[in-house]
Design a protein around this ligand. Structure first.
Ligand SMILES: CC(C)(COP(=O)(O)OP(=O)(O)OC[C@H]1O[C@@H](n2cnc3c(N)ncnc32)[C@H](O)[C@@H]1OP(=O)(O)O)[C@@H](O)C(=O)NCCC(=O)NCCS
Length: 138
């Protein structure tokens, strides 16, 4: 049975295997754990054994705005409603904020529209040499 939680207590890097599918230079499981710990809000989908099979993160100023940078469900668990449940639970956690934004491909717009989100324009920078999130050498 899949359980959902916003608690990171007890989550280990070993329980974060298999994410960032298709990323050329993905964060390690240890870096993934740092990402979760550094986020303003997270929701995890977990198997009974504690293995994480889906996650969503938000960063926020805690006053007006939040941004949802990452949402992923492991391929073997997709198309079963897990991703939608993660979005629903995250939007509920952020409901008292004014702005909740994310960037997605146009093909994903119907998925997010299910939760009342509306399409708009976005601008972005990607420093591809920083994709893994590895510590910078001093
Ligand atoms: C997007 C993602 C989190 C959805 O997770 P999920 O558990 O399969 O989500 P749900 O089961 O709640 O919803 C699935 C629906 O999302 C939509 N969807 C998922 N991926 C899609 C894609 N690449 N293009 C268009 N629609 C997509 C479809 O409507 C799909 O319906 P279907 O199951 O009938 O095909 C998952 O596909 C994933 O991890 N993708 C890789 C990472 C990613 O793209 N993250 C989002 C960045 S904006």
């Amino acid at each position: 049975m899949i359980v959902y939680t916003d608690a990171l207590e007890g989550v280990q890097a070993e329980q974060l295997k298999g994410f960032f599918v298709g990323w050329p230079n993905p964060p390690s499981a240890e870096t993934h754990l740092r990402i979760l710990q550094g986020s303003a809000a997270v929701v995890l989908a977990k198997e009974a054994d504690g293995q994480v099979i889906g996650f969503i993160t938000a960063v926020s100023d805690g006053v007006l705005s939040a941004y949802i940078p990452l949402l992923e469900v492991l391929p073997a668990y997709q198309h079963q409603g897990v991703g939608g449940e993660l979005v629903k639970r995250m939007l509920e956690k952020l409901r008292e904020l004014y702005m909740v934004d994310l960037i997605c491909d146009a093909e994903m717009e119907p998925f997010y529209a299910r939760f009342g989100m509306r399409p708009y324009h976005a601008m972005f920078i990607r420093n591809y040499d920083r994709q893994s999130g590895a510590a910078l050498k001093s």
